[in-house]
Write a protein that binds this ligand. Sequence first.
Ligand code: GCO
Ligand code: MG
Length: 415
Amino acid sequence: MTITIRDIQVFSTAPEGINLTVVKVLTSEPELYGLGCATFAYRHETVAHLISTYLKPLLIGRDVQAIEDNWALMHQNAYWRNGGIENNAIAGIDLALWDIKGKLANMPLYQLFGGAVRKGVPVYRHVDGSTVDEICDQIQYYQSLGVKHLRVQSGGYGGGLGLSVPQSAPHGSLPGIYLNSREYIRKTVDLFDKLRARLGFGIDLVHDVHERIAPAEALELARALEPYRLFFLEDPLPLDQLGWFEQLRAHTVTPLAEGELFNNSAEFQTLIVKRLIDFIRVHITQLGGITPARKLAIFAEQFGVRTAWHGPGDMSPLAHAANIHIDLAARNFGVQEWSGINPPNFVIQELNHKQGALLEVFDGLPEFKDGCVYPNERPGLGIIFNEKEAAKYPCRTEVTTWTQTRAQDGSLVLP
Ligand code: GCO
Ligand code: MG
């Protein structure tokens, strides 16, 4: 007797002040349901609407086990494909169908993916500070927790957080996050020089360029950072400048990671086939879910390209769990980003959220221990979603400001 999709529900919740979207797929078996993540923090209302209005009527009554067919059906149903709203919506349902598959098999997902090739998933944590001392203190704190890879930034991705107009900008310039790429490059190289002088080379460091400088500047920075032997330099080039990767690759031995903003596997193809990058930085729900992400990871394995899945704060524990299940079974695993569960301080103060609210809403988040992360052994993704707790943390729809990044002359640059 085929088990079918009976209903699809969407929940929005922000236990850490970051908008998260959860999809619940109910089936013709009363006790059997699946949970997925459809989080696109800056467009959560639109994703929820797309699921309820278009994907739910498309899928009701279909075979809950036909994951591949259901994914393709959703992917091509609106003819135009691969947008961020659509992909995150599809991912929510895809992860829920995989969660159901695991529950039917009574296995955690990593077992369905071929079993674990490692007992725990090594992660990198985020370090950010305004002085070398502050950054070294944070590095040493995480080292004391067993972390062996750290992402080091100094002032986020440059430019601070609040909108402003610097004196130096042309008269009449608009408010924004003003970046000085020349100063950013000088300071970043100087920072890593000081860090290596202080800490040596026993800790692996990554740095995220976040696409914010010109391609020629990315070449300059990657070359200048070579003496500091980064584990990888992330997103040195924007998606619309991938043609520069040939020069960048020829220009430096600094390992390169790219792709959290990519929308489909085809955008990775040349970078992988020509071995122009070392790590794929996949945002699993932006790509459309487990179904495309696993295929991409296996494709990359043929070319010696490793994984470094995106694992930021604007992703729910369901997507983090999906990352970890794929990581456990991947031979070409590189490292896993782990944003942790400590909400930004402003969330605690302004929104009066208590620490740990995330864990009351999502039970079963893979556990961080001694530098690695471990999933529980529950079937499927292994996460229990507390709808009542979730309702205590409503999402907010507000204008996003941190992406209003501007160059010194006041023109917008990519965020
Ligand atoms: C990272 C990413 C994030 C993004 C964030 C956007 O490497 O973790 O760059 O920090 O900026 O996910 O909302
Ligand atoms: Mg990044």
